[in-house]
Design a binder for this molecule. Structure first.
Ligand code: PNW
Length: 449
């Protein structure tokens, strides 16, 4: 429990929780959903630590009303979910599957009935498999297919979704999916994955136009950022850190905010056509920031395949993911965004922040998670400090509402405010849920004078 009252947050500050479709929905073959790259990737043994897939996951597809009730009990003002592209367009293009959109319409209406703002992410990594068969995001055509998909979703839900997020973490999708192959689609192209960056960003820009044609709601992208900490003091260490900074923190933000691609990594940019950078730099209303931890970087060995070496940061507590707990990294990151992008930086919402711990029900059936409470409290204080530093931050979403299917980690990493028994689907709010409910209730009541 907090030792001191939480600082006050600005009136209208958005309090939310985040999830994504493949991680919670299950119902993989239901109502005409087509296969995605994650259905394909999870099947051969050896890729997912516990051999699981998201075929059933939290069965949110059938339990969404119960999950919205949990959100209402928590008092959040917003819910960030993702729409599964293969539910809406089972082959990636062609005819819309109305039953897929019906599910999101039921969810959105349930949220609105409970006074919760629906925040919809269009792409949280579950590319329709037929598009992967045609080259995935290496193929420029995927950007156009994405815009068509955005159009279909916005035509149905454009009057009710309160914030649109085009892409989730295009950097993580590129690097883990196409760079080192630990996520779907499992390609290992290292820095030759650059076209995946460009085509995702082009898809984003085309989707912004499609969304604006149907909806007056604000539009955002959710990027993952990791403040770079140089390990070592040689000029080579500093150069490696600068290269990693350009890759992780600037590759997807410099072009969005009108600065073009960072030159430090020497990418082959022949896929960039005249006019593309203008499409990509279409104004956005909010920048979504997903923050988990900083990254230690030093110079690589001679002849290494990448121009940097990532090293664990020592001297911090660690989560079950072995990620260091560094709340100041979030304050530093928000200040860095403000300093680097100045007047071009839109208001920020922290669209993901959270941690995995090995949470288990105790003998009384409660799930105590004091480490998560400490994590969230410290990160909320870091956000408040950044606001005091002059950064405009207008919301904070916890990753995640539910324990869920954590990609290559399967069911072994629990990020939820709510514990899920993956055999029965039973949900149990953890102690962090009760703690956050009080924080939100106090903040929503406003200043005590
Ligand atoms: C994010 N890293 O992914 C995703 O948006 C979520 O779907 C995911 O469940 C959550 O964070 C927790 O992992 C990340 O390697 C994946 O630093 C990997 C990293 C960061 C974020």
């Amino acid at each position: 429990m907090p030792t001191a009252p939480m600082p006050e947050f600005p009136t209208g500050f958005r309090w939310g929780v985040s999830t994504s479709a493949y991680q919670i929905e299950g119902a993989a073959g239901t109502d005409g959903r087509g296969p995605s790259i994650w259905d394909t990737f999870a099947h051969p043994p050896g890729r997912i630590v516990d051999g699981s897939s998201g075929e059933v996951a939290c069965d949110h597809y059938h339990r969404y009303a119960e999950d919205v009730a949990l959100m209402a009990g928590l008092g959040v003002t917003a819910y960030r979910f993702s729409v599964a592209w293969p539910r809406v367009l089972p082959t990636g293009g062609g005819a819309v599957n109305p039953a897929g959109l019906d599910f999101y319409e039921r969810l959105v209406d349930e949220l609105l009935d409970h006074g919760i703002d629906p925040v919809a992410t269009l792409f949280h990594w579950d590319l329709p498999q037929p598009l992967e068969d045609a080259g995935g995001w290496l193929n420029r055509d995927t950007a156009h297919r994405f815009a068509d998909y955005a159009d279909a979703v916005a035509a149905r839900l454009g009057d009710r979704v309160k914030l649109w997020i085009t892409l989730n973490e295009p950097f993580i999708h590129m690097s883990l999916g196409y760079g080192i192959g630990v996520h779907a689609p499992g390609r290992m192209l290292l820095l030759d994955a650059f076209p995946v960056a460009h085509h995702q960003l082009l898809g984003h820009g085309l989707a912004v136009a499609a969304l604006r044609a149907h909806s007056t709601s604000p539009v955002a992208i959710a990027n993952n950022y990791s403040p770079v900490r140089t390990v070592g003091d040689s000029p080579a260490d500093a150069a490696a850190a600068a290269a990693y900074e350009a890759l992780h923190n600037r590759l997807f933000t410099d072009p969005l905010l009108g600065r073009g691609y960072p030159p430090e990594l020497g990418f082959d940019t022949t896929v960039v056509r005249d006019g593309d950078l203008d499409v990509i730099a279409a104004p956005i209303d909010v920048l979504g920031v997903n923050y988990y931890h900083p990254t230690g970087v030093r110079a690589p060995e001679e002849g290494a395949p990448l121009p940097f070496d990532l090293v664990p940061l020592t001297g911090y507590p660690r989560t079950a993911f072995d990620w260091p707990v560094v709340p100041d990294g979030l304050r530093d990151l928000l200040g860095w965004l403000r300093d680097r992008y100045g007047a071009d930086l839109p208001p920020i919402q922290v669209t993901e922040s959270g941690c995995a711990y090995d949470d288990v029900p105790d003998a009384t059936g409660r799930v105590p998670d004091p480490d998560r409470i400490a994590y969230l409290e410290a990160h909320l204080r870091a956000v408040r400090a950044a606001i005091d530093d002059g950064v405009e931050v207008t919301g904070y979403f916890v990753w995640s509402l539910l324990d869920n299917w954590e990609w290559a980690e399967g069911f072994t990493k629990r990020f939820g405010l709510v514990h899920v028994d993956f055999d029965t689907g039973h949900r149990t709010p953890k102690s962090s849920y009760a703690w956050l409910r009080e924080v939100i209730a106090t903040a929503r009541r406003g200043p005590v004078r």
